[in-house]
Write a protein that binds this ligand. Structure first.
Ligand code: UD1
Length: 421
C-alpha cells in the first residue's frame, strides 16, 4: 500500500488551486439517475470515491465518461437494476445517495445498510424516515434495505437527529422529492454548501427547489428532469486544509478557486489562532509568521466549524503557545488521529468528545498510520513541520478525498514523496 515520506521544515510558498468538491460531486452524480438525456459536469475531481460512484452508476445503467480536464458526462441507458450492493456501500458510504433517485425514478431501491466506519456509527435512520414520509415501504432484508413505492407523494418532515441535521440524508430526500406528487417541506435540513450545489444542479435540470442552504427546504414535485451542464463548487475542506498547511509551515499560500463564504467559521477560528487570511485582488492568501495562539473550537453543522477539518486543526493547535480545547459534536468518536499525532510528540488529552491540546514547541517525525480520510490529512500536515522524517502509511484513505495532494504540496515547496509498495 502506498505511503508518503515527508521531511519536515520547508515553508510553503506559491499558489494552489482547490479541486471541485467530492462531497458535492458524489450526490450530483447520483442525481443523474433522475434525469433524461445527457448531463455534463465540470470540475469533478479525480479521486477514488468518484471512481467508486462512477462504477456504481455504471452497474445501475448509467454510462459515465470523463475527460482529463475533470469534465464528466453521464447518461442513463438502462433502468433495470435498482441495487447498490454491500461491497460498494462498504467501500464508500456516499453510495447511499443512489437510494432517493432510484426510488423516485425506478420505484424501487435495494441498498445495503452501511456498517460502522473509522469515525464511528453512521446510521441512515433519518434517510429511511424521510423516504417513508414520502410514502415508501421500507423493509430490512439480510443487511439490505428494500424500498418500494408507486409514485412518491410530497410530505412535511423534520429531518434533524440527535447530532443535528444530516447532509447526505437531506440530499437523498431532496432528490426523491423532486419527482414526487405535490409539495415536500424538509425542516432541519442540512445547510451545507454541497446541499445547495445539489439543489442548484437539480433546478437546472427542471426541479423546483427553494430554500436550499437554509434549514427549511421546499420542493415542488415535477413530472420529469432533463440533464444539464453544471460546474461543481470548490472543495472547501481542501481549501481549509491548505490554509492550515500555510499556517503550520509559517508560509504564505495563495488559494485559487476558494470560496471564503463557505469557510466562515474556519477563517474565524484561524484568525483567532493568529493566521492571516486576506482577500487580495480576488485571491485568498493564507500566511503566518509567528507562534500561534491556542483556541477553543467545537465542530457543528454548517455554518459552524466542519468536522471534516477537526483533525487538521488539531495538528496546528498541537504547536500553539498554550492549551486548546477541541470538542467534536458531529461524530463524537472521530479521534483516530489522536494516538498517531501523539506518536509524533503532540500532547493530547482525550475526555469523551473533547480533546485538550497542550501546545508543544515541536513535533518529531515518526512512522504513522492513516486511519481515515481527514485523519490522514492531519498526519501529513504534522509531517510538514515535524523534525526529521515522517512516514504516513496507508495513504489510500487520503486518495479517496484529496486530488494529487502530494503533488500540490510539493509544488508549494514541501519535501514529500509517494512511496509505492
Ligand atoms: C457528510 C459528509 C462527511 C461529513 C459529514 C458531516 C458526504 C459524502 N460526506 O457525511 O464528509 O463529515 O457530512 O458534515 O457528504 N446521522 C444519524 N442518522 C442518519 C444520518 C446521520 O443519526 O440517518 C448522524 C450521524 O451519525 C452524524 C450526524 O448525524 O452524527 C451527521 O451525519 P451526516 O450529516 O448524515 O453525515 P454524512 O452525510 O454521512
Amino acid at each position: 500500500m502506498d505511503g508518503f515520506l515527508i521531511n519536515g521544515g520547508p515553508r510553503l510558498r506559491g499558489s494552489v488551486r482547490s479541486s471541485g468538491a467530492k462531497n458535492a460531486a458524489l450526490p450530483i452524480m447520483a442525481a443523474t439517475i433522475l434525469c433524461e438525456g445527457e448531463t455534463v459536469l465540470h470540475d469533478v475531481p479525480h479521486l477514488a470515491d468518484i471512481e467508486s460512484m462512477a462504477g456504481l452508476l455504471n452497474r445501475l445503467g448509467v454510462a459515465v465518461t470523463r475527460d482529463a480536464d475533470g469534465t464528466m458526462r453521464l447518461r442513463v441507458e438502462d433502468e433495470m437494476n435498482c441495487q447498490a450492493e454491500y461491497d460498494l456501500v462498504r467501500k464508500m458510504r456516499a453510495s447511499v445517495c443512489v437510494m432517493g433517485p432510484l426510488l423516485a425514478k425506478r420505484r424501487k431501491a435495494l441498498v445495503s445498510m452501511p456498517g460502522g466506519c473509522a469515525i464511528g456509527d453512521r446510521p441512515i435512520d433519518l434517510h429511511l424516515m424521510g423516504m417513508q414520509k414520502l410514502g415508501a415501504d421500507v423493509e430490512l432484508q439480510a443487511g439490505d434495505v428494500l424500498l418500494r413505492a408507486k409514485r412518491l407523494v410530497g410530505a412535511e418532515m423534520f429531518l434533524g437527529g440527535a447530532f443535528g441535521s444530516t447532509v447526505t440524508g437531506t440530499a437523498n430526500v431532496m432528490m426523491a422529492a423532486t419527482l414526487s406528487k405535490g409539495r415536500t417541506v424538509i425542516e432541519a435540513a442540512a445547510c451545507e454548501p454541497e446541499v445547495t450545489d445539489l439543489a442548484d444542479f437539480l433546478n437546472a435540470c427542471g426541479a423546483r427547489i427553494t430554500g436550499a442552504g437554509t434549514p427549511r427546504v421546499v420542493i415542488d414535485g415535477v413530472e420529469g428532469l432533463t440533464g444539464c451542464e453544471h460546474t461543481v463548487i470548490p472543495d472547501r475542506i481542501e481549501t481549509g486544509t491548505f490554509m492550515i498547511a500555510a499556517a503550520i509551515s509559517n508560509g504564505e499560500v495563495v488559494l485559487e478557486n476558494a470560496r471564503l463564504e463557505h469557510l466562515l467559521a474556519v477563517v474565524d477560528r484561524l484568525r483567532h489562532v493568529g493566521v492571516n487570511i486576506e482577500k487580495d485582488d480576488g485571491k485568498v492568501v493564507a500566511s503566518s509568521s509567528r507562534r500561534l495562539e491556542p483556541i477553543t473550537v467545537t465542530t457543528q453543522p454548517f455554518p459552524g466549524f466542519p468536522t471534516d477539518l477537526q483533525a487538521q486543526l488539531m495538528s496546528l493547535l498541537a504547536l500553539a503557545d498554550g492549551n486548546s480545547i477541541i470538542t467534536e459534536k458531529i461524530f463524537p468518536d472521530r479521534f483516530m488521529h489522536v494516538a498517531e499525532l501523539s506518536r509524533m510528540g503532540a500532547r493530547l488529552h482525550k475526555e469523551g468528545p473533547t480533546v485538550i491540546v497542550e501546545g508543544v514547541k515541536r513535533l518529531i517525525g515518526a512512522p504513522v498510520m492513516a486511519s481515515d480520510l481527514r485523519a490522514s490529512a492531519a498526519l501529513v500536515l504534522a509531517g510538514l513541520i515535524a523534525k526529521g522524517t515522517t512516514r504516513v502509511n496507508r495513504v489510500y484513505h487520503i486518495d479517496r478525498g484529496y486530488e494529487k495532494i502530494e503533488q500540490k504540496l510539493a509544488a508549494l515547496g514541501a519535501d514529500i514523496q509517494r512511496i509505492r509498495d
